[in-house]
Design a protein around this ligand. Sequence first.
Ligand code: NDP
Length: 307
Amino acid sequence: MENVKTLIIGSGPAGYTAAIYLSRANLAPVLYEGIQPGGQLTTTTQIENYPGFADGIDANELMTAMRKQAENLGTTIRTGSITRVDLSSRPFRIEVEDGTEIAAESLIVATGATAKYLGLPSELKFRGQGVSACATCDGFFYRKRDVAVVGGGDTACEEATYLASLCRQVYMIVRKPYLRASQAMQQRVFDTPNIEVLFEYNTAEVLGDDMMGVTGVKVRKTDGSERTLDVAGFFLAIGHHPNTDLVAGQLELDEEGYIKVEPGTSKTSVEGVFAAGDVKDPHYRQAIAAAGSGCVAALDCERFLRK
Ligand code: NDP
């Protein structure tokens, strides 16, 4: 059994920032990258709202730099996923997929969140062949073609306006008679001539074939009427669910499964376990917010260890 002072699970901006702070505090953190090294950000392209980069920065470049910075300062970064954690007593027991067992005095959970899908069989069938949950990653493939975006929140509006800059026509499939997004984002959608918002519509089926991938979407209005949209791309923007399976039943979670923290801190319901980033944040979901919360978690963790 390996003993560590602090273990960080997750390699997004939250995990790396926590690692940077804990390394500088001489706490020799060990960070497990998980199944998506670099986190959700690596599925996007250019980031324009991360402070410090006047002309924006490539998302992968940013994550590579954060990783390197953590490593240079002394973090041990390991590839692999944690399969089990036991938080019932300290030190916490952690099992890694390769069989490694770790006893950790403290733990930072920065496992992020994952995009939701509708759950239609046809959607699953064409995932990666026209069905995507990341417009910024895949929008490029649909240049000058028609696409649909499902959802009425800020993400859906942002993705629709982004796609409208590349594609010929964008349909937004919104199940309510209104958008949930902020006023500014709604306005941007309504001001974009090649976005058509279909209110009170649900997706009945994603159409396509094995050769072409997605060729259309059958949508049904709440009054029962149907429409077929001839689109080549079908983008999901209906929210995310937090990656909390590992800690479910051990840490207090909210009704949507996000880790509950003491307000204004990163402290979870178990002393010595801290949460950072999207795994505890259903609202802001921004790289800079995640990085900030990684810093908070590291400082809380440092204080806990020095007690
Ligand atoms: P939201 O939860 O805000 O919106 C999800 C949307 O998807 C809603 O319109 C919802 O409809 C719809 N939806 C959910 N499930 C289904 C379903 N099964 N079928 C059809 N539609 C469905 O998620 P977002 O990802 O948009 O945003 C999450 C948070 O992140 C928000 O707080 C948002 O403000 C924030 N954000 C901020 C950004 C920024 O500041 N730049 C950018 C992106 C997000 P309904 O309304 O009916 O529930």
